[in-house]
Design a protein around this ligand. Structure first.
Ligand SMILES: Cc1cc2nc3c(=O)[nH]c(=O)nc-3n(C[C@H](O)[C@H](O)[C@H](O)COP(=O)(O)O)c2cc1C
Length: 454
């Protein structure tokens, strides 16, 4: 008679070996399975967001869908491909509007790409959450343009675009309720959990206010200082939000937490009636020194410092010097000294905020290059530091194009801060002329081309 126990023992050994192998390779197997699911994701969440709220809402929705087992993917609108749209059955878009009815940077290539897609997208259901602000003329325009373009491609709307004024909770709640009623969400999203889009408000004492462009032909520009608690943190590039009369005004932060002061550069705004702008009038004139002001701090990851030490080209105009100074100060503390500032204003005599500090940084070789462009330059201006150009900051770039190419070829990143219409558009087209589209796209992809423009 055959003895069964050696066979049983061998069988048990084999099973044990199999279980052990599965255990050892569990990470590889799970990743492969997830990648497979990603390639076959049926729900595509796409965001276009400049200051991050739309991206945050998209990521929160992504987490909710994944927790109910939906292998959805979440990417920026610019990253969406024709193949992904062909394979998806549902496209959920969260898109804000910038400039004057325009797309945020990470969504601005989508409509052009959609036009060139050959496939019909009649199989695709979609919904749009359009973020905007009724104070602007072209309210939620980009979201509405997306809706129209998808209809032209014969996609089917799940429901009408939901327009969100200043991140209004009711509209965001309506979005989740509609997704629930269409069966995309399995559970209702309670209103109380929507508060994550609201940033905590804190009260800072106004400790200093000083006009930094006396006798300038331009509107007055003020340095504003606020005392902040010693444990408050933020990163260079983040945004301070003044809460005033149920509305919010945003300013680039010019300082770093180690300075224990929130430093802003605020341009006085005037309406055609002569009335002062709400936020700038308050900070530059009406608010009493030593009074407390309600602020929140908004993270601005698309304009935060790079993780690694790279050369940095900082380009800006007017009050945009605030965002650039934040980076220069951060890099001074990190001892990252290869910095090149290109800054544009009106007139050399009166329009160079923080010129003493800039000069110190130049002398200490923290700023290795400075190019200043003045649009109302007189022949022999009393230029205080660096090279001086007549014209605009893009003219300074053109004059320094060989150096620009050299820095970029040596790994430099480019950061831009200031006005969108008055500077950033012309600077970008000059960068395109000098560096070419492939180089600028590469910098953008690698996170080496960052903008905070308004
Ligand atoms: C410089 C600037 C321009 C804007 N232009 C518009 C606009 O033309 N139409 C609109 O409805 N909202 C406009 N907004 C408001 C934003 O769309 C709104 O604040 C939105 O919630 C931002 O979302 P995000 O953080 O995802 O970019 C503008 C905001 C800024 C700061």
């Amino acid at each position: 008679m055959l003895n069964a126990s050696p066979f049983i023992q061998a069988g048990l050994l084999l099973v044990g070996y199999f279980v052990f192998t599965l255990f050892c390779y569990r990470k590889v197997i799970v990743t492969k399975f997830q990648n497979h699911k990603q390639r076959h994701a049926k729900t595509l969440i796409a965001y276009a967001s400049e200051s991050g709220s739309g991206e945050q809402l998209a990521r929160e929705l992504h987490v909710k869908l994944k927790s109910q087992g939906d292998p959805a993917i979440c990417i920026s609108l610019n990253q969406v491909t024709e193949q992904q749209l062909k394979q998806a059955d549902t496209l959920l878009i969260i898109a804000s509007t910038y400039g004057e009815g325009e797309a945020p940077d990470n969504g601005r290539h989508f409509l052009g790409k959609l036009d060139t897609f050959k496939s019909t997208l009649a199989h695709l259901n979609y919904a749009v959450l359009a973020l905007g602000d009724k104070a602007y003329g072209q309210y939620c325009q980009f979201g509405l343009m997306l809706n129209q373009a998808l209809q032209c491609k014969h996609c089917t709307p799940l429901f009408k675009p939901i327009l969100v004024d200043k991140l209004d909770e009711n509209s965001i709640h309506e979005w989740y309720s509609n997704l629930l009623s269409k069966g995309l969400l399995e559970e209702a999203v309670p209103r109380s959990t929507l508060s994550s889009t609201q940033l905590p408000i804190q009260h800072f004492k106004l400790t200093g206010r000083q006009q930094v462009n006396l006798n300038s032909p331009g509107a007055p520009l003020f340095e504003i200082n606020l005392a902040v608690p010693s444990d408050l943190t933020w990163q260079a590039g983040d945004i301070a939000r003044l809460h005033i009369e149920n509305t919010v005004r945003e300013y680039s932060i010019a300082s770093v937490p180690q300075e224990q002061s929130l430093k802003l550069l605020v341009r006085e705004q005037k309406h055609p009636t002569g009335e002062l702008g709400l936020g700038s009038g308050w900070l530059c004139h009406h608010a009493d020194l030593d009074s407390t002001q309600a602020f929140s701090i908004r993270a601005n990851p698309k304009f935060n410092p790079l993780d690694e030490h790279k050369k940095l080209i900082l380009i800006g105009n007017g009050s945009g010097l605030a965002g650039l100074r934040g980076h220069l100060k951060h890099r001074e503390l990190k001892q990252h000294h290869e910095n090149w500032l290109l800054y544009g204003e009106r007139c050399a005599e009166h329009d160079l905020p923080w010129h003493l500090e800039l000069t110190e940084w130049f002398n200490a070789k923290h700023l290795t290059e400075i190019d200043l462009a003045f649009s109302r330059q007189t022949a022999d201006s009393n230029i205080r530091v660096g090279r001086c150009h007549s014209g605009y900051v893009q003219d300074a770039l053109l004059a320094q194009q060989a150096k620009l190419k050299d820095w970029v070829n040596n790994g430099a990143a480019i950061f831009i801060c200031g006005s969108l219409q008055g500077m950033a558009k012309d600077v970008e087209s000059m960068l395109l002329d000098i560096l070419g589209q492939p180089v600028l796209s590469r910098l953008e992809r690698q996170g080496l081309y960052r903008k905070d423009v308004y």
